[in-house]
Design a protein around this ligand. Structure first.
Ligand code: AR6
Length: 231
């Protein structure tokens, strides 16, 4: 079968789209694994105890801000269960703002098994990190460091030893990591969000003016980091 290839002209990395003869007019098949995709957890809303309503406003606001810079790339907010309150809040607010659901959507699953268990190929995943960029500690941080193996810890140390709240650090994942070979993840972006938990460092004591600013900075830094790879 002959195939023609068209490229979308909008945005950053131009996406090759295969159109085959026997397809219905207008239907376009594309290899999903070619689409630059960032999967990210809701930063600060579990162990760091950030208010979910406020966090969902920040997430949707930042996604909206970055929408026209994405080109074909996609942003995917991930959480473990279908009962996730942050996912339903964000879904509702994104729909209200008519955000393009092909470029931004939510997904239920373990961020370390999105491809093998969920069939969703994400070349970049974000981690809700701690300021020392250390493995363990529970939550998504423990899960990602466990799944990635020692290669991630070594690669992270090469880039930095600590992170300030509101910042993100892009770490290329060595091909020896199982997350790379099995899950097709090429980069992990560590993000440090604002902390409202008095038992964790740098607690903001419910100062949500500062907290929302720092959370917004964290997402800006994450999305900029992702775009720097996707480009
Ligand atoms: N896959 C997808 N989402 C997950 C997973 C997973 N495997 N595990 C948790 N989540 P949290 P924080 C969701 O607590 O609030 C760590 O100990 C979870 O349901 O991981 O930013 C670090 O070392 C929630 O929606 O991050 C820090 O010290 C989101 O991920 C501290 O916790 C974030 O929950 C950071 O706390």
């Amino acid at each position: 079968k002959t195939q023609e290839t068209v490229s979308s002209s909008s945005g950053m990395a131009s996406q090759k789209i295969k159109v085959s003869e026997d397809m219905a007019p207008g239907s376009i098949s594309q290899d999903e694994s070619d689409i630059p995709t960032l999967a990210f957890p809701s930063i600060s809303t579990a162990d760091f105890q950030f208010d979910l309503e406020k966090a969902s406003d920040v997430i949707v606001g930042k996604v909206e801000e970055f929408m026209d810079k994405l080109g074909n790339a996609r942003l995917v907010l991930v959480d473990l269960t279908e009962r996730s309150k942050i996912l339903s809040l964000v879904r509702a607010k994104a729909a209200e703002k008519k955000i393009d659901s092909k470029r931004f959507f939510t997904f239920i699953g373990d961020i370390c098994q999105l491809y093998t268990k969920g069939g969703l190929c994400c070349n970049v995943i974000a981690n809700a990190a701690n300021w020392r960029l250390k493995p363990g500690g529970g939550g998504v941080n423990a899960a990602i460091f466990n799944a990635a193996g020692p290669a991630l810890e070594a690669a992270t140390k090469e880039q930095a030893r600590s992170l300030l709240p509101g910042n993100a650090l892009v770490v290329p994942l060595p091909s020896t990591s199982p997350l790379y070979s099995k899950e097709r993840v090429t980069h992990v972006i560590h993000v440090l969000g604002p902390n409202m938990n008095p038992r964790r460092p740098n607690c903001l004591d419910n100062d949500y003016v500062k907290g929302c600013k720092v959370l917004g900075d964290a997402y800006s830094s994450l999305f900029k980091g992702f775009l720097s790879i996707a480009n």
